[in-house]
Ligand binder design. Structure first.
Ligand code: NDP
Length: 445
C-alpha cells in the first residue's frame, strides 16, 4: 500500500488493542488502494481518513436485577459509523466477548455491506458483554429493558435502526421494542426483525441464510457448478446457520455437519434440520442433544475440527475468525471447492489468502451475508408504507438483491483487473457509493 498506508497506520495508532477492528480496516484499505489511485480528489477530501473513524460512539452502563435480587452491571455499545447514504443500520450483539473493538469492526464492515444491498442504509452496530446463556426469560427481559432505557434516545426510524445479531433473536427484539415504545410513546419501525403481528417482515428470519445460498448459487453457476449433490459443512446452529442449511438442502445439497460454541455434530445421512430447530430455537439447549434423536450421528467436543470433515462447500455461519490458516489448508486438502461466509469475518486474513491463492470460489461476508440487512431494509420500507408483502414477494426481492450483489462485486473486481477476486470487488463496489455521497456532502458533514 502506498497512498493508504498512512491512513491505516494512523487508524491503528488511534485505536490500540482492537485486533479485530485492525483486521477489518486493513483488509478494506488494501482493496481500496487502486481506488485511491483513480480518485485523487477523494484522497484530497480525506474520504479514507474519515471513513475509518465512526461518526459517533456511545458507551453506557446497563444495570439490571437478576432472579436472586442481585444487581448486575454490563456495558452497552452503539457505534453509529456512517450515515452518508441512509440511517445507521446494523444489529445488536449480546455475547460475553463483546467489546468496543468488536463492535467497531462489525460497524465498519456494515457500511460497505449495506451499500452493496443497493438500499438506502448507513452503517452501525451495537451490543453488550451480557451473556444470555443460562439466563431466565425475566432476566433477559430486564436486561433488554435497561439497555433500551439508554439506547432509545440515540435511535429512531430515520436516525438509527438496530436489528438482531449473535444472542439477539425475536425474543430480545420484542423486549427492546416494548421498552422503546413505552419510553417514546411512538409506534415506528425503529427496530427490524420484529414479530410478524407488530410490523415484522415475512422472510426476515430466513433472510441471511437464504441470501447466502442465493449468492453462492449465482457464483457457483458462474463457474459451471451448483449446490446439487454437494456435501456441505455449516458451522453454527443459530439464525444464519439454520436457514443457510435449510436453503442449501432445498437447492439439492447434503449438509453433513453443524456446530455450536461447544462442539459439532456429524451426520453422514444429512443433518435433520427439524431436530436442530427443536433443540436450538425451541428448547435453547446444546447441539450435542442431536445424538439423542439421531444415535447414528457423532458429536465431537470443540468446534474447530468441524473443518476437518471432507466437503465440497463450507459455509462458516458462527462467528469471527473461526477458520484459521490450518483449517483453510485442511479444507482445501479435502477437496473443498467453495467457501461462503455467512458469519461476519469468519476467516482470518491468512485463511483468506490461502483460499484466494488456491483459486477456489471465496465469497466474503460483506457481500454473501448481506441478505439479512437487505431484508431489514425491506422491513423498513413496509413499515413506512404501513403495508406487508407476502413471503414470496420478500423472498423474490431478496434473491434479486443477492444476484445483483454478486454481479456488482464481480464486475468491480474485473474493472480493477482482479477477475474473480470477490473480496476486492465487494469492498470497492460497497465503498464507491459511500465515497461519492461523502464527497458530495462536504467535509463538515
Ligand atoms: P445466533 O446467536 O443465532 O447464532 C450464533 C451461532 O454461532 C450459535 O450456534 C453459537 O453457538 C455459535 N457461536 C457464537 N459465538 C461463538 C464462538 N465464539 N465460537 C463458536 N461458536 C459460536 O447468531 P446469528 O446466527 O445471528 O449470527 C451468526 C453470525 O452471522 C455472526 O457473525 C453475525 O454477526 C452474522 N450475521 C448475522 C446476521 C443476522 O441476520 N442474524 C446478518 C449478517 C451476519 P451457541 O449456541 O453455543 O451460542
Amino acid at each position: 500500500m502506498k497512498i493508504l498506508q498512512k491512513v491505516l497506520d494512523d487508524c491503528k495508532k488511534r485505536n490500540p488493542n482492537e485486533p479485530e477492528f485492525h483486521q477489518a480496516v486493513t483488509e478494506v484499505l488494501e482493496s481500496l488502494e487502486p481506488v485511491a489511485e483513480k480518485h485523487p480528489e477523494w484522497v484530497e477530501a480525506g474520504i479514507f481518513d474519515r471513513i475509518v473513524e465512526p461518526e459517533r460512539q456511545i458507551i453506557f452502563r446497563v444495570s439490571w436485577v437478576d432472579d436472586n435480587n442481585k444487581v448486575q452491571v454490563n456495558r452497552g455499545f452503539r457505534v453509529q459509523y456512517n450515515s452518508a447514504i441512509g440511517p445507521y443500520k446494523g444489529g445488536i450483539r449480546l455475547h460475553p466477548s463483546v467489546n468496543l473493538g468488536i463492535i467497531k469492526f462489525l460497524g465498519f464492515e456494515q457500511i460497505f455491506k449495506n451499500s452493496l444491498t443497493g438500499l438506502p442504509i448507513g452503517g452501525g452496530k451495537g451490543g453488550s458483554d451480557f451473556d444470555p446463556k443460562g439466563k431466565s426469560d425475566g432476566e433477559v427481559m430486564r436486561f433488554c429493558q435497561s439497555f433500551m432505557t439508554e439506547l432509545y434516545r440515540h435511535i429512531g426510524e430515520n436516525t438509527d435502526v438496530p436489528a438482531g445479531d449473535i444472542g439477539v433473536g425475536a425474543r430480545e427484539i420484542g423486549y427492546f421494542y416494548g421498552q422503546y415504545k413505552r419510553l417514546k410513546n411512538d409506534f415506528t419501525g425503529v427496530l427490524t426483525g420484529k414479530g410478524i403481528p407488530w410490523g415484522g417482515s415475512l422472510a426476515r428470519k430466513e433472510a441471511t441464510g437464504f441470501g447466502l445460498c442465493y449468492f453462492m448459487d449465482e457464483a457457483l453457476r458462474d463457474i459451471g457448478s451448483t449446490f446439487e449433490g454437494k456435501t456441505v459443512l455449516v458451522s453454527g446452529s443459530g439464525n444464519v446457520a439454520t436457514y443457510a442449511a435449510q436453503k442449501a438442502t432445498e437447492l439439492g445439497a447434503k449438509v453433513v455437519a453443524m456446530s455450536d460454541s461447544n462442539g459439532f455434530v456429524y451426520d453422514k445421512n444429512g443433518i435433520d434440520l427439524a431436530a436442530i430447530k427443536q433443540i436450538k430455537e425451541v428448547e435453547r439447549k446444546r447441539i450435542k442433544e442431536y445424538v439423542n434423536i439421531h444415535p447414528e450421528a457423532v458429536y465431537t467436543e470443540g468446534c474447530k475440527n468441524i473443518w476437518t470433515i471432507p466437503c465440497d462447500i463450507a459455509l462458516p455461519c458462527a462467528t469471527q475468525n473461526e477458520i484459521d490458516a490450518e483449517s483453510a489448508k485442511i479444507l482445501l486438502a479435502n477437496g473443498c471447492k467453495a467457501v461462503g461466509e455467512g458469519a461476519n469475518m469468519p476467516s482470518t486474513a491468512e485463511a483468506i489468502e490461502i483460499f484466494q491463492k488456491s483459486g477456489i470460489l471465496f465469497a466474503p461476508a460483506k457481500a454473501a451475508n448481506a441478505g439479512g440487512v437487505a431484508t431489514s431494509a425491506l422491513e423498513m420500507s413496509q413499515n413506512s408504507m404501513r403495508y406487508s408483502w407476502t413471503f414470496e414477494e420478500v423472498d423474490a426481492k431478496l434473491k434479486q438483491i443477492m444476484v445483483n450483489i454478486y454481479r456488482n462485486a464481480s464486475k468491480a473486481a474485473e474493472e480493477y483487473g482482479q477477475k474473480g477476486n470477490l473480496v476486492m470487488g465487494a469492498n470497492i463496489a460497497g465503498f464507491e457509493k459511500v465515497a461519492q455521497s461523502m464527497y458530495a456532502q462536504g467535509v463538515a458533514y
